[in-house]
Design a protein around this ligand. Structure first.
Ligand SMILES: C=CC1=C(C)c2cc3[nH]c(cc4nc(cc5[nH]c(cc1n2)c(C)c5CCC(=O)O)C(CCC(=O)O)=C4C)c(C)c3C=C
Ligand SMILES: [Fe+2]
Length: 425
């Protein structure tokens, strides 16, 4: 990347120590002048852009935590797992600094860069989101275990001990083409093109610095009842996401999702761990299954989403309830029985996918892009181990992809994505 005069000057005159002091204190105070864009301040040659509070359907980029985690689930996701091609920590830092204003612009519903009428060069923005509003776009960034294993990046001492490849689980049939990655970008929005546009433009702007390892688009259809959003249904037609932490309850979120200071490496405080599992759902087999069997698989009623034997979706599920003959009302091999029995919690934020046909079988390649956020990956591991070989749902699903990423804490205005990681020696 060619550097501007300002950047060259800064490279020379500001020592690393001074730079860390200033960014730590909030880099807004560091602004070195207005750019040609009129009133847009710069730090280290990068534009400091604001969240535009007047924009329709807009989620804030800046905050204590990254967006796309506690944010109400949107209807579309484009999830990308990337490998890095850069060969030094400072190049990686440059990459996240470069991505920061682009993410702010796109979450404001704007195109990236400044519009140019120069017909001799490709436009800065790929353009397909023009005319669409922000559509509650959220962009969430995380880093995978493999990033810290790249010697040339010198990050190994900063790797949290929790950030290890997930263990092999019974019945896993993972494919390398849907597994792992150095960086993840989760773009969610209420429009598929807005979500795709975000990832496409971030990758394009990072040409030569990252390569796309795998990606998955997904969808959720969210019914509205009297103007209120209801729980979306998965491709097995069951309400999915009923039993989840309350995202606007800080205590719940601190207990389940947000890494607290002292829990892990200091740079992770306020962040979280993202588990992604690409789980194929065998729709053809499911569709041949009797309703009673389907309900026994989940331990819930298909229509209402209520626990078996109850009426309301949000009624408590008591897994110890027995019928008159002393048999458990919620089957002991049902998905919810086993998930509950694990006695661990996580925030599920999954999306359905449909990606054509499985070559070998001629069946749908469709399923769930399961995404969960938890303050420690062991919460996921505990639940997945409890589901293990017993989960009745195993007859109808196959885990085909898996990845774990450490998601940075939120970004302060004037700072950039992942700053805490790069400012730790
Ligand atoms: C290891 C974690 C989990 C995986 C993987 C998983 C896959 C998966 N789940 C469904 C559908 C449903 N899951 C439901 C509940 C539920 N699932 C998990 C965990 C995993 N699911 C938990 C922790 C829970 C909550 C359990 C509880 O305490 O009650 C439900 C019921 C409704 C709900 O609460 O959302 C459904 C339906 C699919 C289809 C799937 C993989 C394809
Ligand atoms: Fe589940």
């Amino acid at each position: 990347m060619t550097k501007t005069n300002d950047e060259r000057l800064l490279d020379k005159k500001i020592t690393r120590r001074q730079m860390m002091k200033m960014t730590g204190a909030g880099a807004v105070g560091l602004a070195i002048g207005a750019s040609g864009m009129g009133g847009v301040l710069k730090a280290f040659g990068k534009d400091i852009l604001e969240d535009q509070s007047t924009v329709a359907n807009k989620v804030d980029f800046y905050g204590k935590h990254q967006s796309g985690i506690a944010t109400a689930v949107q209807t579309s996701i484009y999830f990308a797992s990337l490998n890095v091609l850069v060969t030094s920590k400072s190049q990686l830092q440059d990459l996240f600094q470069m991505w920061t204003p682009l993410a702010v612009q796109m979450m404001n519903g704007d195109l990236i860069g400044t519009a140019s009428e120069n017909a001799l060069i490709p436009p800065k923005d790929t353009g397909e989101a023009k005319g669409l509003d922000a559509n509650n776009l959220t962009i969430t960034f995380g880093v995978g275990p493999s990033l810290f294993e790249k010697k040339e990046l010198g990050l190994s001492h900063l790797k949290p001990k929790e950030l290890q490849d997930l263990p092999h689980f019974p019945k896993d049939q993972l494919e390398e083409t849907f597994t792992g990655g150095d960086i993840c970008i989760q773009a969610c929005a209420d429009d598929p093109q807005v979500a795709f546009h975000a990832v496409r433009n971030l990758i394009r702007a990072a040409s030569g610095k990252v390569s796309l390892k795998w990606s998955q688009a997904g969808f959720n259809s969210i019914p509205l009842k009297n103007g209120k959003k209801e729980t979306p249904r998965n491709l097995f037609a069951f309400k999915d996401g009923t039993e989840n932490p309350i995202t606007d309850n800080e205590k719940d979120m601190n207990e389940v999702v947000w890494v607290q200071s002292g829990d892990s490496k200091p740079w992770m405080a306020g962040g979280t761990y993202l588990v992604a599992r690409r789980i194929q759902m065998h729709l053809e087999t499911w569709d041949r299954t009797a309703l009673r069997e389907q309900e026994a698989t989940f331990g819930r009623h298909r229509g209402s989403g209520a626990p078996l034997g109850k009426k309301g979706e949000f009624e408590a599920m008591d897994i110890d309830r027995k019928d008159a003959n002393g048999n458990p009302i919620v089957p002991e091999t049902s998905h919810t029985f086993l998930a509950k029995k694990a006695n661990a919690r996580l925030l599920r934020r999954s999306f359905s996918y449909s990606s054509g046909v499985m070559d070998a079988t001629g069946t749908f390649d469709a399923g769930l892009l399961f995404i969960s956020f938890q303050k420690n990956p062991k919460q996921f591991i505990k639940i997945q181990n409890s589901l293990g070989r017993l989960d009745k749902m195993n007859e109808y699903i196959t885990h085909r992809g898996s990845a774990l990423f450490a998601c940075f804490p939120g970004i302060k205005k004037g700072s950039y994505i992942g700053e805490a990681l790069f400012n730790t020696l």
